[in-house]
Ligand binder design. Structure first.
Ligand SMILES: Cc1cc2nc3c(=O)[nH]c(=O)nc-3n(C[C@H](O)[C@H](O)[C@H](O)COP(=O)(O)O)c2cc1C
Ligand code: SF4
Length: 517
């Protein structure tokens, strides 16, 4: 009998020793004379349990974690007897943290071998592509419109409407570009998909190609993601061999192929027009809009540019129908969101759920509060341009409009948690400094204003002319917000002003009294 073990090769698991655990388990199996088949998967996203090893049993996959290489010998012995072990978590699918999620986009992540097209097909893969081929371009676009899917990269623009715009431009060379720059702090969902279920992204991009009449796609991956780039390369090669990409995809008359491009490491290259410049081999510089990329994008041609999660959500929409997807969520935020819990949090990881769950449920209940047990003081949602929310705003539902109404943003779905030792004046300075460092330099409010902003915050922190400098900072933020060409300069005021508004005592002013405190 061969024992099947599943061990993640996800970068997050590798960082805490998954490779050593895999080697140790293989060596232990050789010593105990047991035949093992080690399958390297992506991660299920329960990062506090990584490296999480799963063992195939008659009743399902039993999880153990966090496993160290030194646990290998004893763990294997336990698995070969009654399975009892201190690290045993029970059936993976039954772990409450996983069970309470609604995994539509992440259904296969951590389950399948990410490099095997056969496994992808065996787990419902390619069904969306087959339906798109059967429906044809116009009905495919309308299905995505019906689903209510909004871009998961940050701006939340309706994906179907973007596709319709490109589809309606006259026939010519068009492109599909996947934004896998994932620059937001505390986010890792794009990486997990590329490392754990790359075929779902390939399928989503191929469907986009059929829908808008594009034959070529690019995945622009940040250079800090070497594992994701390697897995994507391997999956693209397998997809070509398996007829999922090429001149006649899935034996149809449609052609679509794609390749990986690795960025050189700039936050602003995640901004779509800057990304297109970078893809064309230029320095990443934001382009003024219009023209929209949908009309004049890569190499001046009509281009669909979407985030990894947006494309990866399309196969299930096409498979189950737009109405199925639309049934999840609240208000204008339809479907599910892969939320990333990070920072000082007890149960950090990937939590996919329908829109509508509150911030408090996510941080206190799902996340279990801070790792060290100190009280949560602030969370930053939506990356470095997102607002800092105090506990008083924890009743905010995860919904684009609800966050915007409170001067916040969901962005790419990252939540970074801070305990009560955080200095919010330093965080405000950090946000402004981040803008100064990452500014592409094209427009003055951002290029000059961010550097002046750091100086003004420094004056406030040192207690110099506090009232006048605070008024100056507010004025500067107003200029940045309304005078910047892109959201890097335009949104930096959100973290800065939220820190100043909700945590004035950290800037030397009297504390603000908030309802829920
Ligand atoms: C400074 C800046 C950085 C951005 N970084 C990313 C990023 O890393 N990944 C991403 O998908 N979108 C990023 N965006 C948003 C993109 O410009 C664009 O809205 C997105 O790729 C569109 O895809 P979507 O509609 O699927 O979200 C960024 C925007 C700005 C202004
Ligand atoms: S806001 Fe900043 S990053 Fe955006 S275009 Fe202007 S200078 Fe460049």
């Amino acid at each position: 009998m061969t024992l099947r073990l599943f061990i993640p090769a996800d970068a997050g698991a590798l960082a805490v020793g998954a490779e050593e655990v895999a080697s140790a388990l293989r060596a232990a199996a050789a010593r105990q004379k047991v035949a093992v088949d080690v399958v390297r998967t992506g991660s299920r996203g329960l990062y506090w349990l990584e490296p999480m090893v799963e063992v195939q049993t008659a009743t399902g996959r039993v999880a153990y974690g966090p496993v160290a290489a030194s646990d290998a010998e004893g763990l294997l012995r336990a698995v070969l007897s009654d399975g009892a072990h201190a690290l045993r978590q029970g059936l993976a699918e039954e772990i409450p943290w996983l069970k309470r999620q609604t995994r539509l986009t992440f259904a296969r992540c951590g389950v399948v071998d990410p490099r095997s097209l056969e496994e992808y097909r065996a787990h419902d893969g390619c069904k969306g592509l087959e339906r798109a081929l059967a429906l044809g371009p116009t009905a495919t676009v309308e299905e995505v419109v019906q689903s209510g899917l909004r871009g998961r990269g940050g701006a939340g623009f309706p994906t179907g409407i973007k596709w319709r715009t490109v589809a309606q431009t006259p026939p010519q060379q068009k492109y599909i570009v996947c934004n896998a720059d994932e620059g937001d702090s505390g986010t890792f969902a794009d990486r997990m998909i590329m490392e754990g279920d790359p075929f779902v992204l390939i399928e989503g991009m191929a469907i986009a190609g059929i829908a808008v009449g594009a034959t070529k796609g690019y995945v622009y991956i940040r250079s800090e993601y070497p594992h994701a780039a390697a897995t994507m390369e391997a999956a693209i090669a397998a997809a070509r061999r398996g007829g999922m990409l090429g001149n006649c995809i899935a034996n149809s008359s449609y052609a679509f192929d794609m390749e990986v491009r690795v960025g050189a490491g700039a936050y602003v290259c995640g901004e779509e027009t800057s990304l297109l410049d970078s893809l064309e081999g230029k320095r990443g510089l934001v382009r003024a809009k219009p023209p929209l990329p949908a009309h004049k994008g890569l190499f001046g041609r009509p281009t669909v540019i979407n985030n990894v999660l947006s494309f990866a959500s399309v196969p299930i929409i096409m498979d189950k129908g737009g109405a199925f997807y639309r049934d999840f969520g609240m208000g204008k935020s339809r479907g599910t969101m892969p939320i990333q819990l990070a920072g000082n949090i007890k149960y950090g990881g990937l939590f996919e759920t329908a829109f509508g769950i509150t911030l408090g449920e996510l941080v206190d209940d799902v996340g279990g509060g801070t790792r060290g047990g100190r009280p949560v003081r602030a969370v930053q949602v939506g990356g470095p341009l997102g607002a800092y929310f105090p506990r008083a705003l924890f009743d905010t539902p995860f919904d684009y409009e609800a966050f915007a109404a409170r001067d916040g943003l969901i962005g790419h779905g990252g939540i970074v948690v801070f305990d009560d030792t955080v200095d919010m004046a330093k965080q405000a300075r950090f946000a402004m400094e981040f803008c100064a460092i990452e500014s592409c330099g094209k427009c003055t409010p951002c290029r000059v204003g961010s550097t002046r902003g750091v100086e003004v915050i420094d004056h406030i922190i040192r207690g110099e002319n506090r009232a006048a400098n605070t008024a100056l900072l507010e004025d500067l933020c107003h200029t940045l917000k309304f005078g910047s060409l892109c959201a890097l300069g335009g949104f930096t005021p959100y973290p800065v002003m939220s820190a100043l508004t909700y945590f004035p005592e950290d800037f030397g002013a009297p504390p603000r009294l908030l309802a829920a405190e």
